[in-house]
Design a protein. Structure first.
Length: 328
């Protein structure tokens, strides 16, 4: 993209953001975030790199980078990553992708709110990943006694909000995906590197700045400054990779972006006065398994989920054979 085209696109996006995000906020419009997501969906900007028949705009990486940069610069809400960065791409990897075009369009429009649920045979506990309230769709991952994992789509069942297992009648209302899970995760980690994961961090760091400014802790100022330097360098590197058509190298950039987010959220928790033992611990959560059922930290979970090591550990850990004892 040349400089003139880039400027025209920047001006177009800034005008859109002014009309549909900044003005409503200044006017005190009720639920500006909900209205923003609605407009993004109608304009194809929740998933701009998706093809038009799936609700996107078929944007190039260059165009998408300009868009997400504009969103980050104006603190616009980003779309739900569970739907746009995990469920949607996985549906596109199914062997019968055409069957799920309506689902993909609804993700692009923002009509469906997704939750990921992991059920493992013999384990009464369910594990969930949720970044939005009141999800109406579930990506269900079930691991049976022999270690085989199955993906399916379903509606929420009664009691799921209390971590209850689905009833026997739930099997009548779900769609099993024709999907090679390990292969799909491998392709997802290699080929689907969402640019939104990179620019999403800028708004988070700007939010943390307000907390740091109110703090007299030198360590907090130092850590935030370091994160801002890393974020700026990462955005620059991403743009250079796009300009040089080195798209395959974006995976390194995206993974680093997720690490920056985890570190930023750790700083945010410490500033709030909660000293977590691990990065995954929730502020003030002094009970076992603090992540479960606490959507406030779901972004860290989903960001990690999209990293291949974490994904294989989460979903296929039941498939691993017990280690053989060392011979003496």
């Amino acid at each position: 993209m040349d400089a003139d085209s880039n400027r025209l696109l920047e001006d177009k996006f800034q005008a859109l953001i002014e009309d549909h995000w900044l003005k409503p906020i200044r006017k005190g419009v009720e639920d500006p975030t909900d209205q923003w997501h609605l407009i993004m969906g109608k304009l194809g900007l929740r998933c701009p790199t998706w093809p038009e028949n799936l609700g996107g705009l078929d944007y190039t990486h260059d165009d998408a980078a300009v868009w997400w940069n504009a969103c980050a610069s104006n603190d616009c809400p980003f779309p739900d990553p569970v739907a746009t960065e995990l469920v949607g791409p996985l549906l596109q990897l199914t062997r019968e992708r055409g069957l799920y075009e309506d689902r993909l369009v609804n993700i692009a429009l923002g009509n469906d709110h997704w939750q990921v649920v992991l059920l493992r045979a013999g384990d009464a506990e369910i594990r969930t990943i949720t970044t939005e309230t009141n999800p109406n769709r579930i990506l269900l991952i079930e691991v049976n006694q022999s270690g085989q994992a199955t993906f399916s789509l379903s509606r929420p069942w009664q009691g799921i909000e209390h971590a209850q297992q689905p009833g026997a009648d739930h099997n009548l209302h779900r769609e099993t995906l024709d999907l090679d899970l390990p292969r799909a995760l491998e392709v997802l980690a290699r080929d689907h590197q969402p640019l939104s994961a990179i620019w999403r961090n800028r708004s988070l760091l700007r939010t943390i700045l307000m907390d740091v400014s109110a703090s007299d802790s030198d360590w907090a100022h130092h850590e935030l400054a370091q994160l801002n330097i890393e974020q700026s360098a990462l955005e620059t590197l991403c743009l250079r990779l796009i300009q040089t058509k080195s798209i395959q190298k974006l995976s390194v950039v995206t993974l680093r972006a997720r690490k920056i987010r985890a570190e930023a959220q750790g700083l945010q928790r410490r500033l709030a006065g909660y000293y977590a033992i691990t990065e995954a611990a929730q502020p003030g959560a002094n009970r076992s398994n603090p992540v479960k059922g606490l959507p406030g930290d779901a972004m860290t979970i989903i960001d990690e989920f999209l990293q291949p090591d974490f994904a294989f550990r989460l979903i296929t850990e039941a498939t691993a054979k017990p280690a053989e004892p060392l011979s003496t």
